[in-house]
Design a protein around this ligand. Structure first.
Ligand SMILES: [Zn+2]
Length: 62
């Protein structure tokens, strides 16, 4: 059974299942997570690498 969740929750879960590996240096962040900011109908996910400070940003529309 697939639980009924909001699109936002589903995106969140999808991102949290994703392995957090920096695209720049390959550092694997096990402590960090996506920072989520919302503005209107857009959701922005931001991950800052704690090794090289590269920022990975993804934006979704609800
Ligand atoms: Zn990095």
């Amino acid at each position: 059974m697939v639980p009924k969740t909001s699109p936002f929750e589903r995106l969140r879960e999808k991102f949290e299942e994703t392995e957090l590996a920096c695209r720049q240096c390959g550092y694997h962040d096990t402590d960090g997570g996506w920072r989520v900011t919302t503005s209107g109908s857009r959701v922005q996910y931001q991950f800052v690498c704690s090794s090289c400070s590269a920022v990975d940003t993804r934006e979704m529309r609800l």
